[in-house]
Structure formats: structure tokens, C-alpha cells
Ligand binder design. Structure first.
Ligand code: GLN
Length: 283
């Protein structure tokens, strides 16, 4: 079939399946499969598409019609101007999370040691490493399959990072210390999950989303368990849900962190909590 006809067929099938951005997704999928861009497709709508590409496109449309996120079909998502490989073992990097990276970047200095807890695709850690000099990065995740994606992303960006498998700080050697902690932990309340979009609920890794009954367990654990691993003055940057600012502030303040601030996203919702760990005795 020709470009133009395939595009229309895909857009129609996705519309029929109730996919919100049907035409956009059909176009992006066609561009991805044919390794081309929008203009080429527009100008050469009557170009024949190779058989193998056509098949891949139609398979992709079929998957998207079943609400598989487009990014898992194309295998990539842009984040902080960089291209990250993704698959069903990692959360798709969100624009919201760029706020976390931007906040962290304001405090990041050359040579710092950065720890990314629940690293997933590695998008937070690798962005920080990419936009700084001589920083050392460690990324921890409980999922070996996620860490394989993170390692692939590091290699593709020409960056070196130390990825470790483990349940939060159990993945680290005792005695290792960091100047900055960043994390986008699972923070969705368990009872909210059944109401999420099918794309998220059925296809993204539940272990990256489920923050337990009140959505706050990872903030409690991270704030408690991080202390021995932080140098005095270390900055801590955590992504939070839009309604979790007050709770996470209290958790961090009760755990002894200083200068707790909540940062809003562009929609005006609480999105990031930042604070400082000052060295104290007896932690
Ligand atoms: N922001 C993500 C969502 O709304 C959740 C990410 C997380 O739990 N860390 O799907």
C-alpha cells in the first residue's frame, strides 16, 4: 500500500478503537516504521511502502488499538531532549518528571555523586549525567529487566552509570555516600489504580506505579533509609502526586530533613518535593 492510504487506514482503525489521538498516533507509527518524517509522508503520500514495513505498521496499529502505549510499540520516548529506549518493564518517561530533573540541575555541581532510587529507564539519572560534568551516577531498581533498559540507554548516550538491582537501599554497599538523591518512586494509591487509563493500568509496570494503600510508603522508606547514604548538605528531590505535597513534606520534616519545599508543575499541581539533608549524629 501507499503511505497516504496506510496512514488513513491506521487512523480509521484507531478512531474505531476509541484511541484519543488516533490520527497523530497513526502518523507517528508510520514515521517510526518507515524511518521518515512528517514532510516526507505528506509530500510523497503516493509512495509505495515496502511489504515488511507495511506489516510492521499494521501490527503496530493492532497493538495500539488494544491500548498498548505508542512508546512501547515504537520503543522510544523523548525526555529532556534525549531519546530513551523503553519497553513494558519501565515506566514511560513523563514530561512531569522533567520538572524534577530541572530542579535537581539547579543544585548539581561538577563532580557530585548522584543516587537515583527506582531508576527505571534511567531517564532521570542519565539526563543529569548528560547535562553535567564529571558526576558519578548510581541507579537502583528492584527490577533486573528495568535495569537492562537503563544500561542500554546509558550505552546509547555514551554515559557511564552504576546500575544496581535491589529493594531501595539494600542495593547499595554500606558506606557509599551521595551528594544528591533523586527519585520518582511508585506513588499511586492502590485503590486509584483500577481507575487509571487502560494504557497505564494494563501495560505499564504496576510495580513502578503502586505506592501501597496510602501511596506514601516509598517516601516513608526513602526518607528513613537514605540517611546513612547522604553526605551532609545533600539535596533530595522526589517526584510526588498532585495531592501529596503536604503529606510528603510532613514525612520529610519528621524524618529530620531541612528546608523542605514543594515545587509545582506547569499545571499548577504539586509535583516535586525538595529538601536538604544536614549531617546529624546518631542516624
Ligand atoms: N505520574 C505517573 C502516572 O500518573 C505515576 C508515576 C509514579 O507512580 N511514580 O501515571
Amino acid at each position: 500500500m501507499k503511505y497516504g492510504a496506510l496512514y488513513r487506514l491506521g487512523a480509521d482503525r484507531l478512531t474505531a478503537a476509541g484511541i484519543e489521538e488516533a490520527a497523530l498516533d497513526a502518523r507517528l507509527l508510520l514515521e517510526s516504521v518507515c524511518h521518515t518524517d512528517r514532510n516526507t509522508l505528506l509530500v510523497h503520500g503516493d509512495t509505495e511502502v515496502e511489504q515488511a514495513q507495511e506489516q510492521r505498521y499494521l501490527d503496530g496499529i493492532k497493538a495500539r488499538a488494544c491500548h498498548v502505549p505508542l512508546q512501547y510499540i515504537t520503543g522510544v520516548q523523548e525526555f529532556m531532549g534525549l531519546s530513551f529506549a523503553v519497553n513494558e518493564h519501565v515506566l514511560i518517561p513523563r514530561q512531569d518528571t522533567e520538572i524534577l530533573v530541572e530542579e535537581a540541575m539547579r543544585e548539581l555541581h561538577d563532580g557530585m555523586r548522584i543516587l537515583d532510587m527506582c531508576t527505571g529507564s534511567g531517564c532521570i539519572l542519565l539526563s543529569l549525567l548528560r547535562y553535567s560534568n564529571d558526576c558519578a551516577g548510581t541507579g537502583v531498581d528492584i527490577s533486573a529487566a528495568a535495569l537492562a533498559v537503563a544500561a542500554e540507554n546509558a550505552a546509547a548516550l555514551g554515559l557511564e552509570a552504576d546500575f544496581r538491582e535491589g529493594d531501595l537501599f539494600a542495593g547499595l554497599e554500606r558506606g557509599s555516600r551521595f551528594d544528591m538523591l533523586v527519585s520518582n518512586p511508585p506513588y499511586i494509591r492502590t485503590d486509584v489504580i483500577p481507575g487509571l487509563m487502560e494504557e497505564v493500568r494494563l501495560h505499564e509496570p504496576l510495580s513502578a506505579l503502586d505506592g501501597t494503600a496510602d501511596g506514601l510508603e516509598f517516601y516513608r522508606r526513602i526518607s528513613r533509609e537514605a540517611k546513612p547514604y547522604l553526605n551532609g548538605g545533600a539535596g533530595v528531590f522526589l517526584e510526588i502526586g498532585f495531592d501529596q505535597g503536604a503529606d510528603v513534606r510532613r514525612i520529610l520534616e519528621d524524618a529530620g530533613y531541612d528546608r523542605v519545599e514543594i515545587v509545582k508543575d506547569y499545571a499548577g499541581h504539586d509535583r516535586v518535593v525538595r529538601c536538604i539533608w544536614q549531617e546529624k549524629e546518631n542516624v
